[in-house]
Ligand binder design. Sequence first.
Ligand SMILES: *[C@@H]1O[C@H](CO)[C@@H](O)[C@H](O)[C@H]1NC(C)=O
Ligand SMILES: *[C@@H]1O[C@H](CO)[C@@H](O)[C@H](O)[C@H]1NC(C)=O
Ligand SMILES: [Zn+2]
Length: 273
Amino acid sequence: MCRNYSDCERNQKKKWKGFQSNYTWAAGFIIVLLVLITLCVCITVLTKRKTNPPDDIEFEVPSYNFSFLTRAQWNARPPIETTRLSTPVPYVVIHHSYQPPACNNTNQCILAMRSMQNYHMDVQRWWDIGYNFAIGGNEAYEGRGWNNLGAHALHFNSVSIGICLIGDWSFSLPTAEDLLIAQQLIDAGVALGYVSPDYKLIGHRQVRETECPGNALFKEIQNWAHYSPFPSTHEDLLQVKELSKSVKEVLRKKAMKVNETDSVQNAQDIQKH
Ligand SMILES: *[C@@H]1O[C@H](CO)[C@@H](O)[C@H](O)[C@H]1NC(C)=O
Ligand SMILES: *[C@@H]1O[C@H](CO)[C@@H](O)[C@H](O)[C@H]1NC(C)=O
Ligand SMILES: [Zn+2]
């Protein structure tokens, strides 16, 4: 009840304001609800995409024509760190392990993989097993894989995938099956876009003073498609057009240092793997 007109007006205004504020609250509530629903839908769609990527090759486990063991399957230790490898790489480098010796079945080869990884991480102090892949016992093993920079060929890792044929291949060859797997693995790398279609295949000794990949295996790979006689020794590295300026700077500094010290030290550096 209003005593006079201005009281009535005041009451009316109060009511109107109350109605207005209720209305604002309701509108605000609906907007918040809509935002929440949108967020939920977005999160659901995004997580679904993440766990089930439709066309992201990185999450795809490629199907190879040969038996392939992933890191989980050979019980690899996690890497300390990884660096992304820029792909497709122009080179593939073939290695032998020298030690451990050839493995002939899955159990032996898993032990070989683990011992190489332990040696590389605990003695060499690298982040992980050095090779991108290894092959033994007629099966292929995932090392650092296609996407991670390897530690297998000094000054050459950034432009290559390193594949190790487990064993000492100075006087004898791996099985025909293992040699075929190495070539099929490279072909798969080309098909998946990680290796350049016009890649060059070389032995480790062509970029470092080493006996790797052993005389017998080195002779063998010279018959493979894509074998390149260049670079022929580490002294050709400065002429490799794909190597970055910063790598070449390191090489130049090193060359100057080696000239200052005696060559005996250099000869002792010759390694076998
Ligand atoms: C892989 O195997 C499939 C079927 O077993 C065959 O069609 C294909 O040609 C093989 N590819 C290579 C590169 O050997
Ligand atoms: C695998 O077989 C080769 C040839 O028979 C043999 O020399 C080598 O010792 C075997 N490796 C292992 C780890 O037993
Ligand atoms: Zn090597």
